[in-house]
Unconditional design. Structure first.
Lengths: 113, 114
């Protein structure tokens, strides 16, 4: 039972264009969402997060949008750069004090020069 | 900056061996985690610890155990390694403070069991 789903295993984008990575969730108790970026042979690094009380959070070239009614979030990268090529994981945590994160399976982004 | 250090980047072990993976964090975080990452499966939680000597099973604890004798150190133990435990193992830590949901990861240990 996958509670966090990233339905696109891969995405290819041209340098300078927008990258949109999508994530869907099923658990209504999730109240905090995070995006991580992972390069090969390295650990994931935290990128950006959003609380369920917001619908948008922006940090430089990265913006996360949350649509609670659709149980959907997306990460926008504008403009995309070749150094953004990595695997992106969506993660969620639930109300109730649990420190655990539930991760999606990841989307591999390739930004072509 | 938070630093999570995993003792080995690469390990090769034989079937049946007892394997220890060590993880140390330097930010006085209360919570520590062990995940494995496999192609197409994402990150799966093996075990989690929210305090010294406290542990909680994750989604795939079978074949693994953990030890947390000191706050900064969290060890993953493969009691009798098997080939299906060949994987990338990732350790993470987090605080129960204001940024409690953000986990910080080590560089990973790629384990091959032959």
């Amino acid at each position: 039972d996958q509670q966090v789903k990233q339905n696109s295993p891969s995405l290819s984008v041209q340098e300078g264009r927008i990258s949109i990575l999508n994530c869907d969730y099923t658990n209504s108790m999730f109240d905090y969402f995070l995006w991580y970026k992972k390069y090969p042979a390295e650990g994931p690094t935290f990128l950006i997060s959003i609380s369920s009380i917001k619908d948008k959070n922006e940090d430089g070239r990265f913006t996360v949008f949350l649509n609670k009614s659709a149980k959907h979030l997306s990460l926008h990268i504008v403009p995309s750069q070749p150094g953004d090529s990595a695997v992106y994981f969506c993660a969620a945590s639930a109300k109730g004090g649990s420190e655990k994160l539930v991760f999606g399976k990841g989307t591999k982004l390739t930004v072509n020069p | 900056d938070v630093k999570v250090t995993q003792s080995s980047r690469y390990l090769v072990k034989r079937t049946g061996e007892k394997v220890f993976l060590e993880c140390v964090q330097d930010m006085d975080h209360e919570n520590m985690f062990w995940y494995r990452q496999d192609p197409g499966l994402g990150l799966r939680l093996i075990y989690f610890s929210y305090d010294v000597k406290m542990k909680e099973k994750g989604d795939i604890p079978e074949g693994y155990s953990v030890s947390r004798e000191k706050k900064e150190r969290f060890s993953l133990i493969l009691e009798s390694a098997s080939t299906n435990q060949t994987s990338m193992y990732l350790c993470a830590s987090s605080s129960t403070g204001t940024a409690k949901n953000i986990q910080y990861f080590g560089a990973g240990t790629r384990l091959s069991v032959l």
